[in-house]
Design a protein around this ligand. Sequence first.
Ligand code: NAD
Length: 347
Amino acid sequence: HAPVQLVTPLGDRFLSERLHDDLEQWVPQLTRRTVQAGHWIPRTRPDQLAAWITEFVTSVEDDRPRPAAGDRHAERFGGQLVLVTGAGSGIGRATALAFAEAGARVVAVDRNAEAAARTAESSRLAGAPAAWAETADVSDEQAMERLAAKVGAEYGVVDVLVNNAGIGLSGSFFDTTPEDWKKVLDINLWGVIHGCRLFGRRMAERGQGGHIVNVASAAAYQPSRALPAYSTSKAAVLMLSECLRAELAGQGIGVTAVCPGFVNTAITSTAHFAGVDAEEEKRLQRRVARIYGLRNYPPEKVATAILRAVARNEAVVPVTPEARGARVLSRFAPGLLRWIARVKPPV
Ligand code: NAD
């Protein structure tokens, strides 16, 4: 039995996917790949085919484990080019690694060069046939334009874009300075706009579909007296995602807004608390980090939800139970959510 790789274009009108049912019976070492394309993929997706063939041959020669036959994520994402911003830590890092495990090629972007390099290295170890680290501040329009030009020229058109980079900001409306507002909107909202505009345009021009994931927050639909600026930035990301989803649907490009909930990452220790001095800010960061630590919801579960959301082309994905609960309340009992918004946070 020789190892065999089967590539099935899902939009092939001549050779249906059903023709390959039960193939494992005859070919025990089978690696399946599917791609959203028509019959002539050697012509329309040469980059994708070449990446899969290279990866397959190398993994057979090196006797490296290949994605298991029947692994849906490997079939869906193997060989695809996935770019994740804020990939140096937390949800971004876990997401990059999950795509790497599914055999995707990964571009790990972060403003922290060392952290991005670590994620790229771990992605290779996790199974990515190729992984690159890129340093960019998502709020810097020119830096993002340079990044998009480099990625396009050197790695190809991104199949899955995850706009994840973001920062936390807590404090009442009157404690939040114009500089605080500018910073949180520049990163949390403009970072997403730059990503969608630059990478989304190339996706649309290629005409072979793709997917954009924007990491919003449960704060996008759950008001809170403690997070006016952060929640505003995330509500804007949620609405942007919905509008873009409508615009790009006809081009086979899915758009998902992910709303995680409380997730145990480093965001708690870097979040800015407006209206308090540096010492009090440190104390609040430690306290919130402790609460998130006790909740202990791992970023890996958010990553799993992101891969599933792309595979199913879901529109809005609340992740933790509290995020899902708040989403239900925002629809069916918004008055209750408004009452909860008035409660003073326990920090
Ligand atoms: P994290 O702090 O662990 O990771 C964020 C990463 O983004 C870091 O590596 C950081 O260097 C990078 N980053 C920050 N600003 C950047 C910029 N301007 N340009 C490029 N990279 C930048 O945080 P996390 O919890 O993993 O958060 C990821 C996303 O998830 C954020 O958008 C956040 O708002 C959102 N989110 C997090 C939670 C949570 O509870 N952790 C909840 C809801 C939403």
